[in-house]
Design a protein around this ligand. Structure first.
Ligand code: DGJ
Length: 725
């Protein structure tokens, strides 16, 4: 519910469990009064506005007098929704607008507020939807002749708040946005730990937990994509918070480009937080009458530890973000050709792969990189999306899949170009940064200038023609380098600060067009493994390839950590032929995601085929209701000891799957793991020892994984099913 009282000037947003309150002060700034568990009333906040700082004086030019604000506003430390820029408050504004005269001062003050049903649509950007209400707060800077709508959305059935801005130039001259972030959050305390997910290729999303330090900390990406180096999912947790206790506030951004999450622990011991598009190299010319929409920031609140926050994000992503119609349905067992044969294949080999892939339960065969243009290595072909008929008879491959009653999918890397390609020979100016004497290369490729709509149209036409000719069920959308030169020949000098953001808009425009026109095709995101694992991509793609590292030694952490912010239903995870762990362990781990394979299937032994086919059966039976749409509990993080344990419980609490995975060989007598989320009174049989116990027993005593010795990367996959007789 959203209420605004003109008497108290308090705006309150709440649902059944959380509440948020904002006070419109005498000066017209929005003071953040409260964020936390729902309150019975939202009037009694006088003490919240107390602090050691003196109230702010001001000199009123018209009267020639020094005056204070009757309500004692303290400009440097009052928690605010939108700090001004260029005035007394030095904490950092979410929006900075440069006037036509060149000044930076940005002073947006309250004009009005209205209530909107649902979530506002964000032009050109992916955004959430669902049962929610929005406070549309209008702010205005009279000198700049700029207005900003601050959208504060609260969901009815989830502990989620959304924040974003729409900035509008209602003057006659252009202004320049030099910072356009999505949100500010000020809290009157700062004793939190900051958790973020740092990494690199094949080591994405490492768990990093540090105390918030005094001064500024920044988690950001300037790679032109959300990146493997930092993920936009970040959270704050109260000291000593655990998986099921303590306050946790999670943040994410519905965006796939450069971002910045910036915390400032102020000298007054408050927290000032900004989140949104990275302002490094950002500048947007806003001409008269134009609007700029920032991406939506998503905030999940939990008073009961990190798992409740995770579960809230999981439900939000499935129910309020994804647009793929079958995103909550069963996802087929996927076989991907990449790790088995990379570029080195012909029609016969692929047909032989398909024949053996079906033996391990494959329901969707994906031909990865190498099927188009002159692509026999990674040095050629990107940009030429025509089948290399000398190499592969794609129609025969598709017919072969149909004969086996399985689906067929294919790989694209739409935003890239090799200099050895027909597209480059015809249109070198399509390369981002074109015009310089030297351009950086990665994997022999350049980024296409997706800021230029003509380039996007060209790739759209090529992909559309392909989809019209070849009936594919699935597309893996890759993106194998970061952006370096971010200069576009299609834009004048005073618009080069827009390029990073325009590249992302180009990505969304192409993905949006194709997913709307071909709604039956399931798109899977990818970027050198998991380098673009973000909410912007998930809006269009119901799954994302998690990492090129499938070896459990690293993968346990990658998959566990990814699942803290993202539902298992979207985590592309495959069994490969890495020698570190047995196939049964690798398969059990891949099961906790969207299950698939990458290896040479012709080389599998009968025993390996049986193991994998058996796991595919488990996946078929339990993926939709237990893994993808169930509730996930992180029972033990892999970095908390020598084993990892995760558990999924179906919504009806009748079935649960537990994955226990050892890391090093170890002698350890007691390995009890207490389960969660079961119905205390229901009785469940477990497949670990075949016994039947109540939910209460499993929650209080647990499952006993003790063995005299447990080998390196051995595992136990335990199914619990309700026993009614
Ligand atoms: C990077 C991806 O992560 C791999 O799975 C594979 O598709 C290669 N690109 C192909 O170039």
């Amino acid at each position: 519910m959203i209420r605004y009282s003109k008497t108290t000037r308090i705006l309150a947003l709440d649902n059944k469990s959380i509440g948020y309150a904002v006070y419109v002060n005498d000066a017209g700034y929005l003071e953040t009064l409260y964020f936390g568990k729902r309150l019975a009333g939202y009037t009694d906040f006088d003490c919240v506005r107390k602090s050691g700082e003196f109230a702010s004086p001001r000199y009123v030019v018209q009267t020639g007098k020094e005056e204070g604000y009757a309500d004692g506003f303290k400009a440097a430390c009052a928690p605010l929704e939108v700090s001004p820029h260029g005035l007394w408050d030095k904490r950092g504004a979410p929006l900075i607008v440069r006037s036509k005269e060149g000044s930076f001062e940005t002073d947006l003050r309250f004009k009005s507020v209205r209530r909107l049903k649902g979530v506002p649509a964000i032009e050109g950007l992916p955004h959430a939807h669902g049962d929610a209400e929005t406070a549309d707060i209008l702010l205005e800077d009279k000198n700049l002749r700029v207005r900003a709508h601050l959208y504060l959305t609260i969901f009815a059935d989830k502990d989620i708040l959304l924040k974003s801005f729409c900035i509008e130039n209602f003057g006659r001259k252009a202004v320049r946005l030099t910072r356009a972030m999505s949100m500010q959050l000020d809290l009157p305390r700062a004793d939190y730990d900051l958790v973020h997910f740092h990494g690199r290729w094949a080591k994405e999303r490492d768990y990093c937990c540090n105390a918030l330090t005094d001064g500024i900390q920044e988690i950001s990406s300037n790679h032109g994509r959300s990146s493997a180096e930092e993920n936009p999912f970040v959270y704050l947790k109260e000291k000593n918070a655990t998986t099921d206790s303590g306050e946790v506030i999670g943040f994410n951004l519905i965006y796939s480009g450069n971002f910045k999450f910036r915390t400032l622990v102020t000298p007054f011991r408050g927290l000032h937080l900004l989140y949104g598009i990275d302002d490094e190299d950002f500048e947007w010319k806003l001409s008269a009458g134009e609007k700029f929409f920032t991406p939506q920031a998503v905030i999940a609140y939990s008073a009961e530890g990190t798992d409740a926050m995770s579960q809230t994000f999981h439900r939000f992503i499935r129910e309020n973000l994804m647009t793929y119609a079958d995103n909550c349905e069963y996802k087929p067992v996927l076989f991907n050709s990449w790790e088995g044969c990379t570029f080195d294949f012909d029609t016969d080999l692929i047909l032989a792969y398909i024949d053996d892939a079906v033996k391990i339960g494959t329901e969707l065969f994906v031909l990865d990189d190498g099927w188009f243009g002159a692509r026999n290595t990674d040095a050629a072909g990107l940009g030429d999306w025509k089948v290399n008929e000398k190499k592969i008879d794609l129609k025969r491959v598709i017919t072969h899949c149909t004969a086996h009653k399985i689906k067929f999918g294919i790989w694209f890397e739409p935003e890239m170009i090799n200099f050895d390609s027909d597209l480059f020979r015809a249109h070198p100016e399509y390369v981002l940064g074109w015009g310089k004497e030297e351009l950086s290369l990665a994997r022999h490729q350049f980024c296409l200038d997706f800021a230029n709509p003509e380039v996007v149209d060209n790739i759209y036409a090529q992909m559309r023609a392909f989809f019209k000719e070849y009936p594919v069920d699935y597309v893996k959308w890759d993106y194998n380098r970061t952006v370096a030169e971010h200069v576009s020949a299609a834009y004048p000098a005073d618009r080069q600060g827009e390029i990073y953001h325009r590249l992302v808009l180009g990505y969304y425009s192409l993905l949006g067009r194709l997913t709307r026109e071909f709604p039956k095709i399931m798109f899977e995101g990818c970027a050198s493994g998991g380098g673009r694992f973000d909410l912007g991509t998930l809006y269009y793609c119901p799954q994302i390839w998690c990492s090129d590292e499938s070896d459990p030694a690293q993968r346990i952490d990658i998959q566990f950590n990814t699942s803290i912010g993202y539902p298992l239903s979207c985590i592309g995870s495959h069994v490969n032929d890495s020698p570190v762990a047995p196939y049964s362990t690798k398969a059990a781990l891949a099961l906790f995601g969207t299950y698939g394979y990458e290896m040479n299937p012709n080389k599998l032994t009968q025993e390996e085929i049986d193991t994998l086919a058996k796991t595919a059966d488990v996946y078929r039976k339990y993926h939709r209701d237990v893994i993808a749409n169930g509730t996930l509990y992180h029972l033990r993080a892999p970095y908390e000891g020598n084993y990892m344990c995760m558990q999924c419980v179906s919504q009806d609490k009748k079935t649960s799957l537990v994955l226990f995975m050892n890391k090093f060989k170890e002698l350890d007598v007691f390995r009890f793991v207490r389960l969660k989320g079961l119905d205390a009174r229901k009785r469940y049989r477990n497949t670990l020892d075949g016994q039947v116990h109540t939910g209460e027993y499993y929650e209080k005593i647990g499952l006993n994984f003790s063995e005299a010795w447990m080998n390196e990367f051995s595992h136990a996959l335990v199914l619990l099913t309700e026993v009614t007789k």
